[in-house]
Structure formats: structure tokens, C-alpha cells
Design a protein around this ligand. Structure first.
Ligand code: ZN
Length: 169
């Protein structure tokens, strides 16, 4: 399989919006510490589990990327929406990146190869690099099973909306 993404080791320009929002959320974490309450901690723990375990682990990763099991469509969309709450991009973008990662693990085309350094593999790749902005051509190539699903296209395009709704409550 070939891909049009550039070599992951190639350092590209900064993704300023990613850098901005990651900074803002860390500042909000300090604010949360000052305004500590057990109810807030419980809410954070529950949302962490919903977004990280159900959304990313079960939804984006095991279900959408690897098709490890089958669920009805409504549940697939629900898990996808849970995944958007982790702010790791929309399901189509995430799955495209992760399938490219598995197709080219630890080669020059792996978007977050540890061979490009621990910092790059852990977080550098989201601040620089194109993996968070997959092209439509790559989404269709790597996600032929759901790239044309209109509901998933909407969830992918407006992935930040559920987080804004969540922050309002
Ligand atoms: Zn995987």
C-alpha cells in the first residue's frame, strides 16, 4: 500500500491550533486544581473513562480501526461521539492515522514512530506533522469501510462540538 503522506520524520510547520488548545486545557487543569471538589473529580474520572476507554479504546481503536467486533450502527456512532470527547480528532482522521501506523509500523511512514524519538512518538507528531489533517484521498484509501458513511463524515468534521456541549454543563 502506498500513501501520499510525507515521511513522518520530516519536520513540518507547527500546528498552532493544536498547540493552542493543548495549552488552554493544561491551564484549565491548573484552574480545576484550585477549584477542587470531590464531585468535580468524580465527573472528571467518569468522563475520562467514557472518552478514553469507551470512545478511543473501544470505539476508535478496537471497533473502527481493527474491526475487532460488531455492534449495531447506533452504538458505533455513540462510541464515536464518546471518542470525540478526547479531542484526538474525528474518527475518520484518527482511524486513517492509526491504519497508516499499523501498515508502516516503525518505518519512515509511521506517523508516530518511536524511531523518530520518544518525544515525537509521544506528542511531537500532533504539534508538527500532517497526521491530524488527513486528506480526503487518504481517508478513502484507508477507511473504505466507513469513509462514505454520511453520519461518520459529520462526526469527523464537527468532532469538537460534543466537547463544547460538555464544557457548558
Ligand atoms: Zn492498533
Amino acid at each position: 500500500m502506498t500513501t501520499s503522506i510525507p515521511s513522518a520524520g520530516q519536520r513540518l510547520s507547527w500546528n498552532w491550533s493544536t498547540l493552542f488548545f493543548v495549552t488552554v486545557f493544561h491551564l484549565l487543569a491548573i484552574w480545576a486544581l484550585i477549584n477542587f471538589s470531590w464531585a468535580n473529580l468524580a465527573a472528571a474520572a467518569i468522563l475520562w473513562w467514557i472518552s478514553g476507554s469507551l470512545g478511543i479504546g473501544l470505539g476508535y481503536h478496537r471497533l473502527l480501526t481493527h474491526r475487532g467486533f460488531k455492534v449495531p450502527k447506533w452504538l458505533e456512532y455513540t462510541l464515536s461521539i464518546f471518542g470525540t470527547l478526547a479531542l484526538q480528532s474525528g474518527p475518520l482522521t484518527w482511524v486513517t492515522t492509526h491504519r497508516i501506523h499499523h501498515a508502516f509500523t516503525e518505518t519512515d511512514r509511521d506517523p508516530h514512530s518511536p524511531r523518530n524519538g520518544t518525544y515525537w512518538a509521544h506528542m511531537g507528531w500532533i504539534f508538527r506533522g500532517k497526521a491530524q489533517n488527513q486528506t480526503w484521498a487518504d481517508m478513502q484509501r484507508y477507511c473504505p469501510d466507513f469513509a462514505n458513511d454520511p453520519i461518520h463524515q459529520v462526526i469527523n468534521k464537527y468532532y469538537y462540538i460534543p466537547t463544547i456541549v460538555e464544557l457548558h454543563h
